[in-house]
Ligand binder design. Sequence first.
Ligand code: UD1
Length: 367
Amino acid sequence: MPGHKIHLIAGARPNFMKVAPLYHALAREPWCDVRLIHTGQHYSAEMSEAFFADLDLPPPDVNLEVGSGSHARQTGRVMTAYEDLCRRDVPDWIVVVGDVNSTLAVTLAAKKLNLPVAHLEAGLRSRDRTMPEEINRLVTDVLADLLWTPSPDADENLLREGIAPERIVRVGNIMIDAFELQRDRIMAEGTAQRLGLAGRAYAVVTLHRPANVDDRAVLEGVVDQLCRAAERLPLVFPVHPRTAERLEAFGLAARLAEQPGILATSPLPYRAFMNLVVGAAAVITDSGGIQEETTYLSIPCLTLRPSTERPVTVTEGTNRLIRAGQLGEELNRALAQPPIERRRPGLWDGRTAGRVVDSLRTVLGVC
Ligand code: UD1
C-alpha cells in the first residue's frame, strides 16, 4: 500500500538524536512512507555519519549537501535545494526538528509551496534575538502548521505569540527517547576508562556558541577559567569544529593542549559522549540539548549563557546559568552538594515519538 509520504528533515548534529526515535517509530507504521532528508549542514564524519551509525539510522534517502557558509548563504542553499526536491518528490507532511538553520530554511521553502509542516521541539524561547537559533525558532513556529512542544512553558510562549491553540500539541522531550533507546549500549561504552579516567571524578566541557567562541577576549576568558577549574578536577573537552577553528585562530589551542588536567578530544559520537556524561561529576556547556540530558540524568550542569530557551532545566532540573567568572565557585558548589534528587519534567519519559505518531495519525485521518 503506498503510504503517506513524510519527509523527516535533519541538518546538524543536534537534529540527529531528535529524528532517530521518530524515524524508528514511523518506519514501523504501515500507513507511513518515511523519507530521511539530510540537508548536509553538518557533513564531517564525526558530526554526522558517526551519529547515524550510533542511532541506528540508515543513510539518508536524500542528502542536499549544502555544507557550511554564512547564515544567509546556508539558509538560501537549503531553501533552493529543498524546493527542487519537493517538486520531484512531493511529501504529504514535512517534519522539522530543533532550531538550526536547516529547520528554518526547509519550513520557509515548504510553506511557499503550500506544503504542511510540523515542528518538533516547538515553542522554546530564550528571548535573546542575538542568538541565530532564536530567529530560527520564531520564524519556524509562526509558519509551521503543527507545533509539537516539549514542556508547558513552550505552550505558553506560543499562545502568547497568538498561535491558535489547536495547532499546539504537547508531546514531551524526544531527546529522552533517543537516550532510552540507546541506554544499554551507552552504559556499555567505557569512555572514561578509554581516556584514562577510570574511577576518577571528572567534568565534561562542551562549547560552541558564537557568543562564547567567536570573540577573542571572551574565548580567552573562558579558557582561563577552564584552566583554573582543571586544577580542581580533570576536564574532558570534546572540541566542536567551530571552537577548534577559533582556538587555533586566536592562538589558544596550544595553551589548552598543554594544560594538565584538560583532555581535549575530537567531537565524540553519541553513545561515547553520553557515557561520559552519565559518569560525570558535572558538565560545563553552552549547548541546548545537554542542559536537558543532564536534567534527565540528575547531573549538575553549569551553562555558560545568560539565558536559556529551556527554563524547566533550571526550575525543575539541575541546570544553572553562569558567567565564565563564576565557574570556579559554581563548580565547587556543584561538587560539594549531595547527589541531586531526580526531578524529571512531565512527559520526559521516552514515549514522545509515540505521541508524535498519534498526532500525525490524527491530522492525516489514519485510524
Ligand atoms: C549549528 C547550529 C547550532 C547547533 C550546532 C551544533 C545554526 C544556526 N547553528 O552551529 O544551533 O547547536 O550546529 O553543532 O544552525 N563544521 C565542520 N564540519 C561540519 C560542520 C561544521 O567542520 O560537519 C565547521 C565549519 O567550519 C563551519 C563551522 O563548523 O563553518 C560552523 O558550522 P555551522 O553549521 O555553521 O554552525 P555550528 O556552530 O555547528
